[in-house]
Design a protein around this ligand. Structure first.
Ligand code: HEM
Length: 397
């Protein structure tokens, strides 16, 4: 039993433009304020420290996803039936369908194709000498890879990118960003219902497999669109921004880039460190199923709680020199990919893609420099860049 302690509160708006641009000072203040903090700007609480974020991720009974993992009830309602917005046992059944395709054995078959694709893309860009690493590299690669795996025709790929950005905005409170994203989310559901239908899909792809499972009666027909949305939303902006942020970190830390070049075994650890430092998915909400005590602070039942991966991943109680990019740290227990039953189902693929692109850069590029100001893209959940102009020097030049 902990003694009752004063209730930590904060009026910070974590979804305001200036905070999204650089959330880390505000998150640090929240970690200082207490282990669980009531956010008075919203009807919500936040867990800002690593220990409690990780425990909550492991405790789906008290920190439920079944109401949705966003803030707004109206948008959470649209997520019903997805892997993200469900608890076991429903979640277990839905997730089994996705995990099969994303399991290490399935991914091993993709490795050489993905490596070649990354190498060709990077070779073309290096020949140009300068390029924008977001639209020309980070954004091209996951769309190509995932659309191939999902089994989408060339013509059907066009709108994919705008969907994920919009969908993640609606996971936040109903601010201007969420409001502006409503039309694109509507188009996404229209697309999932009318374009991602068997006649437009490669019969051996992931999306067709979901339709086939429904035809065999293994899942309800109503689960098809929510499952398809998991592929379309979860796999794009997360990976794109993880890649963009890693390239920015390499450009800002030339010493670290040279260290990775001279020891390519550091590609994996450097990517994990970038995930820890930048947390491409900054956090998701849960709903308490009953009152929860966190070190003497009681979060009431039926309360929205933001699990802040971004804050946990820079918690000075957990990490030494948490604000620094240390390519040898290898922070395998960061929570940028979640943890517990909802831990990222696509993490193997995300790593495969990232290692392929970073491996191609390290082999082909001897230096990366900024060629202009990077431009942040503000999103209610995703941290990343709209533009990252770089100049690269080809290996051997
Ligand atoms: C670096 C890139 C990525 C990041 C940072 C990321 C992050 C996350 C996080 C934090 C969660 C946990 C959500 C929660 O706890 O509520 C998650 C879940 C998920 N991710 Fe990823 N993800 C990435 C790439 C991918 C890719 C490439 C795919 C698919 C091909 C994918 C598919 C999923 C799915 C389906 C879930 C839901 C799992 C569940 O609820 O059981 N993700 N991701």
């Amino acid at each position: 039993m902990h003694a009752t302690v004063p209730l930590p509160t904060s009026d910070v708006d974590l979804f305001a433009d200036d905070v999204l641009r650089d959330p880390f000072p505000a998150l640090r203040q929240l970690r200082e304020a207490g282990p669980a903090v009531r956010l008075t700007a919203y009807d919500a609480w936040i867990l800002p420290r690593y220990e409690h974020v990780r425990s909550a991720l492991a405790d789906h009974e008290r920190f439920s996803s079944a109401h949705g993992v966003g803030y707004e009830d109206r948008f959470n309602a649209q997520m019903k039936g997805t892997v993200l917005a469900s608890d076991p046992p429903d979640h277990t059944r839905l997730r089994a369908l996705l995990s099969d395709k994303l399991a290490p054995r399935a991914l091993a078959k993709l490795r050489s194709r993905i490596t070649t694709l990354a190498d060709d893309l990077v070779a073309d860009l290096v020949a140009k000498g300068g390029f924008d690493a977001v639209p020309e590299l980070a954004a091209v690669f996951p769309v190509t890879v995932v659309a191939d795996l999902v089994g989408l025709t060339e013509e059907a790929r066009g709108p994919l990118l705008s969907f994920a950005d919009a969908a993640f905005n609606t996971f936040g409170p109903f601010n201007a960003r969420a409001a502006a994203s409503i039309p694109a989310v509507g188009q996404m559901f229209e697309y999932l219902n009318t374009v991602m239908v068997p006649e437009n899909l490669d019969p051996d792809g992931w999306a067709a497999a979901i339709h086939q499972a429904a035809d065999r009666g293994e899942i309800e027909a109503a689960s098809v669109v929510p499952l398809l949305s998991a592929y379309v939303i979860a796999s794009m902006d997360t990976t794109i921004n993880a890649l963009g942020s890693t390239i920015l970190l390499f450009a800002l830390h030339p010493g670290a880039y040279q260290e990775v070049r001279s020891e390519p075994g550091l590609i994996g650890p450097a990517f994990e460190e970038s995930l820890r430092l930048e947390s491409p998915a900054q956090g998701f909400f849960r709903r308490t199923s009953r009152a929860v005590d966190i070190e003497g602070i009681t979060i009431p039942a039926d309360t929205r709680v933001l699990l802040s991966f971004a804050s946990a991943n820079r918690d000075e109680r957990k990490w030494e020199r948490p604000q620094e990019f240390l390519v040898r740290r290898n922070p395998v227990d960061h929570v940028a990919l979640g943890y517990g039953v909802h831990g990222c189902a696509g993490q193997g693929l995300a790593r495969l893609e990232a290692h392929a692109v970073l491996g191609a850069l390290v082999r082909r590029v001897s230096s990366i420099e900024l060629a202009g100001e990077p431009v942040r893209k503000l999103n209610n959940v995703i941290r990343g860049l709209a533009s990252l102009p770089v100049t690269v020097r080809a290996e051997g030049q």
